[in-house]
Design a protein around this ligand. Structure first.
Ligand code: SF4
Length: 360
């Protein structure tokens, strides 16, 4: 079953650290964008079964009930949605109004990902977020009451850095089923790019990462940046990490179908003019797909099982990657019990090194 991703490239205001494809909009996203999404979804010439849908952004919680309903209709026309498909909507805490969770649930949403980022007002101001900690807590209460499956996004490494501990402690008390914790980056094409001197040292970032692991001890640290209570792993993201197929719609969205990786252009104006035009489309060969499958699985604590690899590709993992895996084990980045290769704690943090070694 494939995953379906819908990109909503609009936010109330732009956060200065963010390099996601989005632009500021005063009210709801333009109907012309929803028209374009409906056209792009309708043009997909398949009738596939989907196990997950993820509305990401940008800020999908800006969509009106009517706009979301139109997108859902288009999805149901094109996809067979599995009866227990995971359907996630990303929401900003400042958008939450009491009536919204019920509307979202009625449309079929069953998981909310809340962009909390921090529960410290100084950090939220530093990040240029529009909400404060009290607003985030109110949003958490509304979401937690309506949904038993939800995520809190958090950012570490923003000033004051030591506020991370408070955010983690308060997060534990809120007991979100899922937490995603990312280090702050200073991307070149963002206002924060010009403030790269404020970035914390690598050692300090590692200490904050380890603090998350320690404090969120009740949560399974199942992926580099993701923590889940039992049964609450994000099924949609597992599609990416298992290198399975997905269909992406909207500005800048990626798809991976029948071995073809395709990407829509990043201009929303151009997308609205011609939503079915792919900016990039690349047929991956078997070697590339095998390589990506190994790299992606090694983002997960469960790693990669040799029998699974044989079933999926009809080839032995060691025949394809034996020397690189041996080098990774010698470097202490993976552990290998002969059946399964898994990232070590160090390999989790230095995951890009694993990718580089496998690419060779
Ligand atoms: S961080 Fe989220 S809310 Fe802020 S600009 Fe980026 S996508 Fe929009």
């Amino acid at each position: 079953m494939l995953g379906v991703y819908i990109h909503v490239p609009f936010c109330r205001t732009r956060c200065p650290y963010c390099d996601f494809v989005s632009e500021a909009v005063a009210g709801n996203p333009p109907d012309a964008y929803v028209d374009a999404l409906v056209r792009e979804i309708g043009a997909l010439e398949t009738d596939l079964e989907a196990g997950s849908v993820f509305f990401g952004g940008g800020t999908p919680s800006l969509l009106s009930e009517r706009q979301l309903a139109r997108i859902f209709r288009a999805l149901h026309d094109r996809f067979r949605l599995d009866a227990d498909a995971e359907i996630t909507l990303e929401a900003n805490p400042d958008d939450l109004r009491p009536e919204l969770p019920g509307q979202w649930r009625a449309l079929g949403v069953n998981r909310i990902s809340l962009g909390v980022q921090s529960l410290d007002n100084r950090v939220l101001r530093y990040l240029g977020r529009r909400h404060d900690a009290d607003t985030a807590l109110r949003a958490v209460a509304m979401v937690g009451e309506a949904f038993d499956n939800w995520n809190m996004d958090l950012i570490f490494g923003a000033a004051p850095v030591d506020a991370w501990e408070t955010t983690l402690t308060r997060t534990v008390a809120l007991r979100p089923p899922h937490v995603a914790a990312y280090g702050l980056t200073h991307e070149p094409d963002t206002p924060f790019g010009a403030r790269a001197d404020e970035a914390i040292e690598e050692d300090a970032a590692l200490a904050l990462y380890r603090a998350a692991e320690t404090t969120l001890a009740d949560w399974d640290h199942y992926e580099i940046s993701n923590f889940a209570l039992p049964g609450r792993q994000c099924r949609h993201n597992l599609v990416y990490w298992h290198n399975e197929e997905y269909a992406g719609f909207g500005t800048g969205a990626y798809s991976f179908l029948n071995g073809v990786r395709a990407r829509n252009g990043v201009s929303t104006a151009a997308y609205m003019d011609n939503p079915c035009r792919k900016e990039e489309s690349l047929q991956l060969n078997d070697t590339e797909i095998r390589l990506e499958t190994v790299i992606q699985h090694l983002r997960l604590k469960t790693g990669l099982d040799r029998d699974y690899y044989m079933r999926r590709f009809g080839q032995a993992l060691d025949g394809n990657f034996g020397p690189a895996l041996a080098r990774l084990a010698r470097r202490g980045l993976i552990e290998d019990d002969g059946q399964t290769v898994r990232p070590t704690a160090q390999g989790f943090y230095l995951n890009n090194e694993i990718g580089l070694e496998l690419v060779g």
